[in-house]
Design a protein around this ligand. Structure first.
Ligand SMILES: [Fe+2]
Ligand SMILES: [Fe+2]
Length: 262
């Protein structure tokens, strides 16, 4: 059995510091073998820089996934190209990097495939994520992945739920990111795929998606654009921990994680 910890979008310095400081003890306490975290908001609340990638890896994150904000800092394109951070797989063939990774779990030697996809509803145009998933999963299986986990970075709940049903039995986990609010719908679908609509966020709990509420309120009151400021009010680390059977790849258990270090 492999225990996989998946963390929701890490928002700004408060979220990043909480993860880098506490991840080693959380890993030990939960008995996690593999840690996958979404880093698309890790630097300044939008995007991720080189130092944040390196710090998260050093703290024990085995694979960093991302989403629509991954293109904010062009300095990391070499790291994207080297697969040190994943970008959603369903961008055009000309986009640097890829949304798939194969990582080896040390204890069992088992190969775990990670697939990062982006939704198309209420988001910027990308290629079809379902078609992209089918091709990527075939590729990961051909490379020997026994377990495959999917971070579906999407806005619409229905698109995420539909992806879970579309991939059930094909992958071990389908988890949603991007909406930054943890949903209470974790479940194991009938064919053995663990699912949750959104992992939540690693960042301020008393906030709007990890940002100070005032700028959001100002924007809603006036219709003007305000730049969001990262909040540090009551930082939580949120995600899921799942047990996956080595042989069948079936999800045996999926539980929400919400840890406060205040
Ligand atoms: Fe995000
Ligand atoms: Fe996003």
């Amino acid at each position: 059995m492999v225990k996989i910890l998946m963390l929701g979008d890490i928002v700004g310095r408060p979220g990043r510091n909480a993860v880098t400081t506490h991840l080693p003890s959380i890993k030990a306490r939960l008995g996690a073998d593999i840690i996958i975290a979404n880093g698309e908001n890790a630097s300044g609340g939008m995007g991720i820089k080189k130092d944040a990638i390196n710090a998260l890896k050093k703290a024990g994150v085995d694979c960093i996934t991302s989403g629509n904000h991954i293109w904010r800092y062009k300095e990391i394109i070499p790291q994207i190209e080297r697969g040190e951070v994943l970008r959603p797989h369903n961008y055009s063939g000309k986009t640097p990097g890829s949304g798939i990774a194969l990582i080896k779990e040390k204890k069992s030697g088992i190969k775990i495939g990670v697939l990062n996809l982006q939704g198309r509803i209420f988001m910027e145009p990308t290629d079809n994520p379902l078609h992209s998933a089918t091709a990527a999963i075939a590729e990961l299986k051909a490379e020997g992945a026994k377990i495959i986990v999917v971070d579906f970075h999407a806005e619409a709940t229905a698109e995420k739920e539909a992806m879970g049903w579309f991939l059930q039995g094909e992958v071990s986990l389908v988890v949603g990111t991007h909406t930054h609010v943890q949903t209470a719908d974790e479940k194991i679908l009938p064919k053995g795929t663990g699912y949750i609509t959104d992992l939540g966020r690693c960042g301020a709990f008393y906030s709007v998606l990890g940002f100070r509420p005032q700028e959001s309120i100002n924007g809603l009151l006036t219709g003007m654009k305000y730049s969001y400021k990262v909040s540090s009010d009551t930082v939580h680390i949120e995600g899921i921990i799942a047990d996956i059977d080595n042989e069948s790849g079936r999800c045996l258990s999926i539980k929400r994680v919400r840890i406060s270090h205040e």
